[in-house]
Write a protein that binds this ligand. Structure first.
Ligand SMILES: *Cc1c(COP(=O)(O)O)cnc(C)c1O
Length: 351
């Protein structure tokens, strides 16, 4: 077991959090004259004059039921990006502590570290985009407080090796973060249930991808109650607005629909893979457990520019390590994928 208290920054350990007016009374009915809201309300489209529930009680209860985990192990953030930021703020002393990331990977781990003046150590994934576990373990020193593992990884799309992750979890005395933004598209099961075994594991999930709710900004962190209570202490009191809480609650009634869409995206992904492989400028399409494909092409900049001229916007990942001449295509609707393939056919003809 990792001693979480010992890992905490001392100012955070000592912090007494802001107490909201609503923390003193949790009933629904009453004359609320405690929070200096506007009791008259404002617009006819709905009642937005009251502060939202700072603890997202109803929503957490529902998520806990669905995922069959204790609700005290759930943190809801303004996207999973909020949880990434909170991890640095809770565990990393600016200018002193560090975190390990494994590029090529999601950009926010590094940006959030830089904002918090936390040093980043990079342990690149291997050429086949898996964890270089010996190098990872050799890089851990007393300054390292966080290790970010993105699985399925963005931008490569693959799940990372389970044994390497278990080795990391068992060896490391800091926090291991597994970002599962794309887990619904993968064959493997989530790490959230391994949290019972490893109290230093924080799993990130999001409503932005499989759930199709990127616009409303809601992400989850699932971890030991101790870690979640620290997040709750340092988050903005009303970090999840009322509309978002309501909408996520509604979305959770459409689990079957979500699963259908996920299956559709997976079948479109595999269709797209086959079609891409027919072009002679496409060198390789990487295996994907996500809703996008990393594709190695000849002259990535030219392909990228041609698509852009035709108002098809993809991501050029050529500058990332081991992603030389690679583009990342998000799987679109059937129509969108068809347009992509037609435009690439045009590109091939003029080449
Ligand atoms: C898209 C993505 C997220 C989602 O971030 P939100 O802030 O929840 O929208 C998280 N991690 C990775 C690796 C992603 O690609």
């Amino acid at each position: 077991m990792v001693n979480i208290d010992k890992l905490l920054r001392s100012n955070i350990k000592k912090l007494s959090p802001y107490s909201t007016a609503r923390d003193e009374y949790d009933g629904d009915i009453g004359v609320f004259l405690d929070a200096n809201e506007n009791s008259f309300g404002s617009i006819p489209e709905g009642n937005y004059n009251r502060y939202p529930d700072p603890h997202q009680t109803v929503l957490k209860k529902r998520i806990a039921e669905i995922k069959k985990i204790n609700r005290n192990k759930i943190f809801i953030g303004n996207g999973s990006d909020e949880a990434i930021d909170l991890l640095y703020r809770a565990f990393c002393e600016p200018g002193k502590d560090s975190a390990i990331i494994m590029p090529p990977t999601y950009g926010m781990y590094k940006v959030a570290a830089e904002i918090n003046n936390v040093k980043i150590k990079e342990v690149p994934l291997t050429q086949s985009f898996d964890i270089d576990v010996d190098n990872l373990i050799a890089t851990i020193d007393s300054s390292v407080k966080l290790i970010f593992i993105c699985s399925p990884n963005n931008p490569s799309g693959n799940l990372l090796n389970r044994d390497a992750i278990i080795k990391t979890l068992s060896f490391f005395n800091g926090i291991v973060v597994i970002d599962e933004a794309y887990i619904d598209f993968a064959k493997s099961k989530s790490w959230i249930y391994s949290q019972e075994k490893f109290n230093n594991l924080v799993v990130l999930q999001t409503f932005s991808k499989a759930w199709g709710l990127a616009n409303i900004r809601a992400g989850l962190a699932i971890a030991d109650e101790k870690i979640i209570s620290i997040f709750n202490k340092i988050k903005y009191p009303y970090n999840i607005n009322g509309l978002t809480q309501q909408l996520v609650l509604t979305a959770l009634n459409y689990t079957e629909k979500k699963e259908k869409v996920v299956n559709k995206i997976i079948s479109e992904r595999e269709k797209l893979r086959k079609e891409l492989l027919r072009f002679n400028f496409v060198k390789h399409v990487f295996y994907s457990d996500a809703n996008f494909l990393l594709v190695s092409v000849k002259e990535a900049n030219n392909v990228y520019d041609f698509l852009l001229q035709n108002k098809i916007i993809v991501r050029n990942r050529s500058n990332m390590i081991n992603c030389n001449e690679c583009l990342r295509f998000t799987v679109g609707t059937e129509e969108e994928n068809k347009r992509l393939i037609e435009t690439l056919s045009k590109y091939e003809k003029i080449k």
